[in-house]
Design a protein around this ligand. Structure first.
Ligand code: NDP
Length: 496
């Protein structure tokens, strides 16, 4: 099946060793459109045996791929970026129908950011240099960065296309081969990337795509004895299971987990900019973002005025068909997740929180079949569950503060430490907070900025390791230290 008359057929098989194939057990998973519930296709449900075959293929491809000149690996990534760019209309539609992202976001963010990421790491492939260490006289010590080998990547359902590029870009540039598992809910854009890789000439087996369930295919990737590293994006609970599963062969683990991003608005902030920024921080992608600004901290003196504007903006967001270019918010990506997000509305009320707006599925025939949740704003206290737990939806918890110290204590008062934002005109305060916020990323007078050159990742229960930039290249390589005796006259250690 194709998504329209102009698009290629939707790929639904596994990519193993350059061949598109059914799973060993022949079972499939229905992939549905979260807007209307229609089945887009059935993808192969990979099991342990399929992951094993994918690892075999990745191992076979490894020697030639890592031996390829770095600039040739880079050139293939650059060609892939061009192919994705040329496929923008198709990929954007596919992503919108599979995830519920509004197509205007797919066209302006998801696809261009994917292109940028592959292009960045295509250019990066031959820029990762080793070093020479000044050691004792008579010796030369140089350090090379070597690929790890076969890398496993587990991609969640919230930004499947982009996160595929975040993992594949640095892993391939560094000379690793990959077994990648997209979420079973949203596998289609990753499969399309696999097709484009074949078109631009990636060797067979360098990238292997296994669609399947987390607790079977994902678990096997995490525990596989011949996978050297696993890169995971998803929940903190599953991240812990991955660490446990990885222990067997002591594989390297990179975790990009949950967040409860504080977005702090001080009394001196540019309020119009902060209102717009706070809305983007939480409502973009229906709030399904680990870096979402899901806790809005407002100074008491501006809280009411700010909220008036913020609520008006939230109520004006256009919900609807993701394929309509006017739609600003689509459905959540699955029914299960819609129910989970709505359950937090009850949790908020039970603990004395006030639902200022939203908190429901929108009314009207247009929303009957889709997994929609209205943009939701809740006032609560810092120790309430909705101020501590990741909701991962269009749901923002508003908290107030009276002093800088109080703002900092609230901001740092969760188990997470991923992204944090602040809005102020006071440059001293801005940098003081940037230093003291417990977070991997801080945005000053903006929110949720990302770029392939800038390290992305968290601290605390938000995980460890960094995506993007030189940091990512280091994550996907290991250092090898080589000692050379350049002075044949070394005195003997044992004098005889
Ligand atoms: P999970 O962490 O369970 O899923 C994320 C990815 O991990 C999916 O690809 C999933 O595969 C895979 N997975 C699940 N179990 C295992 C396992 N045992 N071993 C290896 N891989 C596994 O998150 P959920 O989808 O259940 O979402 C729950 C919550 O997690 C969200 O509400 C949100 O708070 C958080 N989350 C955070 C994300 C982020 O960007 N940091 C992304 C997604 C979720 P499959 O879907 O095929 O089962």
């Amino acid at each position: 099946m194709a998504i329209d008359d102009h698009s290629p057929p939707i790929q639904s098989k596994l990519l193993i060793g350059g061949r598109w194939c059914d799973g060993v057990e022949g079972t499939t998973i229905a992939v549905t459109n979260p807007y209307d519930g229609t089945v887009l296709t059935h993808v192969a449900a990979a099991t342990t045996a399929d992951v094993d075959l994918a690892v075999d293929a990745a191992e076979r491809a490894l020697p030639a791929w890592r031996a390829l000149a770095a600039h040739d690996r880079g050139r293939l990534l650059l060609k892939l970026a061009d192919a994705i760019e040329a496929d923008t209309a198709n990929l954007a539609r596919l992503e919108a129908m599979d995830t519920g992202h509004p197509i205007r976001d797919c066209l302006s963010l998801d696809v261009p950011r994917t292109v940028l990421c592959f292009r960045y790491f295509g250019g990066m492939a031959d820029k990762l240099e080793g070093s020479v260490v000044p050691v004792d006289a008579g010796f030369l010590n140089y350090v090379e960065r070597e690929p790890i080998g076969v890398v496993g990547a587990i991609v969640p359902w919230n930004f499947p296309l982009m996160f595929t590029s975040w993992k594949m870009g640095p892993a391939l540039a560094a000379g690793n081969t990959i077994v990648i598992k997209p979420s079973e809910i949203t596998p289609l854009s990753t499969l399309r990337i696999g097709e484009l890789m074949q078109q631009v000439g990636f060797p067979d087996g360098v990238v292997n795509i296994v669609t399947g369930y987390g607790n079977t295919a994902g678990q096997r990737i995490a525990e596989h004895p011949r996978i050297g590293k696993v890169a995971f994006t998803g929940s903190t609970a599953t991240g812990r299971r991955i660490v446990e599963a990885s222990a067997g062969n002591l594989k390297k683990v990179q975790l990009e987990l949950g967040g409860k991003g504080p977005n702090i608005v001080f009394a001196d902030a540019n309020i119009a900019a902060a209102v717009g920024g706070a809305a983007f921080a939480i409502f973009h992608n229906q709030g399904q973002a680990c870096i979402a600004g899901s806790r809005l901290l407002l100074h008491e003196s501006i809280a009411d005025a700010f909220l008036e504007k913020f609520v008006a903006l939230a109520r004006s967001i256009r919900l609807g068909d993701p394929l309509d270019l006017d739609t600003e918010m689509g459905p959540l990506t699955s029914q299960l997740h819609q129910e989970r997000v709505l359950s937090f509305v009850d949790i908020a009320r039970e603990q004395g929180g006030e639902v200022v707006t939203g908190g429901r599925r929108p009314e009207g025939a247009a929303f009957d079949t889709g997994y929609f949740v209205e943009p939701t704003i809740v006032r609560a206290k810092p120790d309430h569950r909705v101020a501590q737990e990741e909701v991962f939806g269009p749901f923002v918890t508003v908290l107030t503060f009276n002093s800088d110290e109080e703002a900092l204590a609230i901001a740092n008062g969760t188990q997470y430490g991923l992204g944090a934002g602040l809005w102020t005109q006071d440059i001293t305060r801005a940098h003081r907070f940037a230093k003291r916020l417990h977070a991997g990323m801080v945005w000053i007078n903006c929110y949720k900025r990302v770029h392939p050159g800038s390290p992305f990742g968290g601290v605390g229960q938000s995980g460890y390791g960094r995506e993007m930039g030189f940091e990512a290249m280091r994550e996907y390589t290991v250092a090898k230290s080589v000692w050379v005796n350049v002075d044949a006259q070394l005195p003997p250690f044992y004098k005889r």
